[in-house]
Design a protein around this ligand. Structure first.
Ligand SMILES: Cc1cc2nc3c(=O)[nH]c(=O)nc-3n(C[C@H](O)[C@H](O)[C@H](O)COP(=O)(O)OP(=O)(O)OC[C@H]3O[C@@H](n4cnc5c(N)ncnc54)[C@H](O)[C@@H]3O)c2cc1C
Length: 377
């Protein structure tokens, strides 16, 4: 596409979460001028950390636009993930690879990642239009979009391309007629971020089976840890590494496994949670969505958008299957199956190919490599 044609292509991105911001950035760096709208009043508060894991694939993808170095400067590297049955160590998964520019899993609060993406987008002269809600998208072959603006007035537009990055309850997905089949777990998960009075060990993440149930612990910042659990009384079971200064954020959430069969319809494309949702086990949701956004921007630039769904589906299915299996394994209720799991997991972990596959999954390198990046050093 010529530079003029790129400027003339009207792209509407609905949703300024990490995935929408990435789509806007990846288009902007190639010379496009997308419009990005969001119904919220602004970014979620920085205390709501949400997605923490930033994997190697994401760092590789965000390098050309110059965001990875900013993430790495703020984020904490995680060297290993440990799995315990109560106090017995079952497994250590290394999350550092021997080679490559980006070698380890990092953690950074999603609220910070979003702000870094938006700051870079601002350098292209593009900012999210807040309090602008997409009400519906119809006629996918030549999309007709209804928007409600800040002042409450309604407007209609006909962009060449609509990218729905409006999260799990996506209005774009529903109104454009995509089905979202899957299952919801009845299990409620609990989460709290604790800030301590002094710095704590943030070199690793861990999950501890309580037999039954699980409590997982993740570094948020040098003095803050997140605990996530399937148990309502998890707070009484935590062995805190230092005195608590404050509970920064507390929440509960349900988990569903759903994805659309197709990720596009005519000129309407879905990316991120709008297209697939699963449990946070493995920390893949945001990372997978960022991958979608990067692939889509590349395909738009290549004039190959018809291939988007076909190219992304294998990655989505793979991550969805692994996450579902790992979530089931963590939540096992039957004591015999739990004993079997606790015997099999350490035995499997002694096999080198299992360790290699585990490392690939932890770093997000188990999905097809982005062709536009070339071999990663
Ligand atoms: C507790 C928890 C922990 C997690 N941990 C991880 C992790 O470690 N790693 C990881 O990769 N993922 C993790 N995730 C998942 C991750 O948070 C999501 O996958 C990620 O936020 C998806 O990004 P998104 O941009 O697709 O959607 P969202 O972040 O949901 O953003 C959607 C945006 O669209 C806007 N919007 C919605 N509807 C409309 C509309 N009609 N019009 C205009 N705007 C609209 C919303 O206001 C919002 O800003 C976690 C999730 C949870 C709940």
């Amino acid at each position: 596409m010529t530079p003029a044609a790129k400027r003339d292509l009207s792209v509407l991105i609905v949703g300024a979460g990490p995935v929408g911001l990435t789509a806007a950035l990846e288009l902007a760096r190639r010379g496009y001028r997308p419009r990005i709208v969001d119904k919220a009043t602004g970014f979620a508060p920085e205390t709501e950390s949400r997605a923490l894991a930033v994997n190697v694939r994401t760092l590789e993808l965000l390098e050309p636009v110059g965001v990875s170095e900013k993430i790495v400067a703020e984020a904490r590297p995680i060297r290993e993930i440990r799995l315990y049955s109560r106090t017995r160590l079952l497994l250590r998964v290394e999350t550092v690879r021997a080679e490559g520019r980006y070698r380890s899993l990092h953690t950074l609060a999603q609220a910070r990642t979003e702000r870094l993406l938006a700051a870079r987008l601002a350098e292209f002269g593009i900012a999210p239009e807040w309090q602008t809600e997409c009400l519906d998208v119809t006629e996918p072959d030549r999309p007709r979009v209804s928007l409600q603006l800040t002042d409450g007035s309604l407007t209609e537009m006909r962009p060449d391309i609509v990218i729905g990055t409006d999260g799990a309850h996506s209005a774009v997905r529903k109104s454009a007629g995509f089905a979202f089949p899957g299952e919801a777990l009845s299990q409620i998960f609990h989460l709290a971020d604790f800030r301590y009075r002094k710095p704590v060990d943030i070199s690793h993440a861990e999950a501890r089976f309580q037999e039954p149930g699980v409590i997982a612990r993740f570094p948020v910042s040098p003095d803050t840890l997140r605990y996530v659990s399937s148990l309502a009384d998890y707070k009484e079971r935590i062995d805190h590494p230092a005195a608590i200064a404050e509970t920064v954020w507390e929440s509960t959430f349900h988990v569903s496994f759903r994805h659309t069969e197709e990720m596009s319809k005519g000129k309407v494309f879905l990316a991120g949670d709008a297209a697939h949702i699963h449990s946070p086990v493995g920390g893949r949701g945001m990372n997978l969505g960022i991958e979608d956004a990067c692939w889509l921007a590349w395909l738009i630039d290549e004039g190959r958008t018809a291939e988007y769904s076909k190219l992304r589906a294998p990655a989505v299915r793979r991550v969805m299957a692994d996450t579902r299996q790992n979530t089931r394994m963590i939540l096992l209720k039957n004591p015999i199956l739990r004993a079997l799991r606790n015997a099999v997991v350490p035995a499997l972990a002694r096999l080198s190919w299992v360790r290699q596959e585990g490392l690939k999954g932890a770093l997000g390198l188990d999905t097809p490599a982005p062709p536009w990046l070339g071999p990663q050093a």
